[in-house]
Design a protein around this ligand. Sequence first.
Ligand SMILES: *[C@@H]1O[C@H](CO)[C@@H](O)[C@H](O)[C@H]1NC(C)=O
Ligand SMILES: *[C@@H]1O[C@H](CO)[C@@H](O)[C@H](O)[C@H]1NC(C)=O
Length: 248
Amino acid sequence: MEILFFWLLVCLANQNEANGAREETRVHSEITSVPGDLPSDIEKLNIYRNRIEVIRQMDFNDKFPKLWFLNLCSNLLVNVEKGCFKGTILNHIFLSNNQLTAIPDFREVSYSLEYIALISNNITKISTEEINYLPKLRTLYLNSNPIVSLLDAHFSPPPPFIILGLEGISIECHCGVAWLKRIPDLRIDTNPCKHPPEWNSTSLDEITEEMLLKQPITTGHLYMCVSFVLTQLAMQPGYLEFRLLGYK
Ligand SMILES: *[C@@H]1O[C@H](CO)[C@@H](O)[C@H](O)[C@H]1NC(C)=O
Ligand SMILES: *[C@@H]1O[C@H](CO)[C@@H](O)[C@H](O)[C@H]1NC(C)=O
């Protein structure tokens, strides 16, 4: 219930702003694709609670030069085509409560996008390549996705964004996720570690980055820990030797 309330809040937060922006709203109308009759000068578009499954390049590309706010929550989205949103100035995108299995490609708006909400989708894995080309990203909500792996998402140097939402997601706590400790505003469950068992009722606040770095990955990803530790800790004499010995 709490989670549901939360994404509603995130989805509807900006609805009552009376700032005179050119805004179009088509909600609760069972539409199955982005309407083709939208005025080209829109700044904000709300098409949540419909039945849209796919966002195609032709839906937005080179049509809405002022569009910065797009709310597509609570549709049936399974795919956002690569290369969408060209020619917009997209800054906020709300995609919560859909069925996306990966973070969409936002390369066409990589220099304007600051806020992405993807709560309650079907994302199982995130990788560095999916987010590290977004220099302005400040907020990324991934709460309540069935994420099983944050392993490839090493952020080195630390990520540029400040809010990362991972509530409702249990993680394996080991060196591969030590980067989480460098997120300025991490929103995560009180006891997020499903592994190792001795941390299953420990708050992430009590687990330091160093403790995570000392925790090996148990399931066939040994090399990742070693390379991660190499890049993160090459500067600390003695530590690396200890780490490698720890794997014997
Ligand atoms: C997303 O997850 C829901 C609930 O588990 C499932 O019913 C649906 O088929 C999934 N959709 C996709 C595209 O994976
Ligand atoms: C947490 O770990 C302990 C062992 O340290 C185990 O007995 C317990 O069942 C675990 N709890 C959960 C919820 O996994």
